[in-house]
Write a protein that binds this ligand. Structure first.
Ligand code: ATR
Length: 282
């Protein structure tokens, strides 16, 4: 019997996850199926139930994307520390009737930075732009890499300040967390004159083509600028390029978060380079 997996979202038609996981399965010789499921906006839990109940083989797990990551967090009876820190779940495992929630987004970002881009966060001054769900999901994994500094800057200053304080107060309670750096939260005006070695855009501004009011100083010499959005050139990427930063988009993070989920489910870590190359080629 083939183990079954799926990704739930709304919309879901654009999802690359079925293709990515099919490539991982072929490469590692794992016998799995993986489908994309469009869930109604108020029907996420019912869609998961239906997926688990129906089908040829056993349902083993699922990925969750926009807008259901917070609901998946609540649906999971058990959660990993990194899911707790993210406040959101993108990976579910169905084990003996229990639903376990994990979050592989931050691990995916860190792996893309370190292994694909040669940009180790350790010792770097990091600027994280945004204070919504995408930003929250990567804070703990970044802090665990031992950066020199982590500044969270957001259009709404108060949200960034609250998020920084929350992590400053809570990460030390998570198992295995001995983080040496305390994040700082501010509005964009607070960035004047500041310089960073790694600037990560976790705002959704790029989706609407909005320009972030960033001083050029934030891009230090040899800075890496990481845009979490993929499949388009955003104003942030242009700003970074104009300031001579090295620019990357979020396609690598997409593939790496999928690889981490595959590893969680199957205990096998697929090679991501050929999959990333296949996606880039199309
Ligand atoms: P996501 O899950 O993608 O993080 P979200 O939780 O809605 O989505 O958060 C969107 C983030 O992008 C927020 O940090 C938001 O800033 P505010 O907290 O001030 O709303 C940021 N954002 C969205 N559009 C923006 C814009 N035009 N300029 C600056 N920041 C923007």
């Amino acid at each position: 019997m083939t183990d079954r997996y799926a990704v739930f979202g709304n919309p879901i038609g654009h999802s690359q996850s079925p293709r990515i996981h099919a490539l991982f399965a072929a490469q590692t010789g794992q016998d799995i199926s993986y489908q994309a499921i469009l869930a109604e906006r108020n029907g996420f839990a019912a869609a998961v139930d239906a997926f688990v109940a129906a089908g040829e083989g056993p349902a083993r797990g699922a990925n969750v994307t926009v807008p259901f990551k917070e609901e998946a967090f609540r649906l999971a009876a058990q959660r990993t520390p990194r899911a707790e820190a993210a406040g959101a779940v993108n990976t579910l495992s169905f084990e003996a009737g229990a639903i376990i929630g994990d979050n592989t987004d931050g691990a995916g970002l860190v792996r893309d930075l370190k292994h694909n881009l040669g940009c180790d966060p350790a010792g770097r001054r990091i600027l994280l732009l945004g204070a919504g769900g995408a930003a929250r999901g990567v804070i703990l994994p970044l802090l665990l890499e031992d950066p020199a500094e982590l500044v969270i800057a957001n259009r709404t200053e108060e949200t960034a300040a609250r998020l920084a304080l929350e992590f400053a107060n809570s990460f030390s309670r998570l198992p295995g967390c001995t983080v040496g750096v305390t994040p700082d939260g501010m509005g964009f005006p607070g960035l004047a004159g500041r310089a960073f070695d790694l600037v990560i855009n976790a705002t959704s501004a790029g989706l609407s083509g909005a320009v972030l009011p960033l001083p050029t100083s934030v891009f230090a010499p040899r800075c890496v600028a990481y845009e979490m959005v993929y499949g388009r050139v955003t104003p942030f990427m242009n700003q970074a390029r104009d300031a001579d930063a090295r620019v990357a988009d979020g396609l690598g993070m997409l593939v790496e978060q999928a690889a981490e989920a595959f590893f969680v489910w199957r205990g096998v870590r697929p090679h991501t380079a050929p999959v990333l190359a296949a996606l880039k080629a199309s």
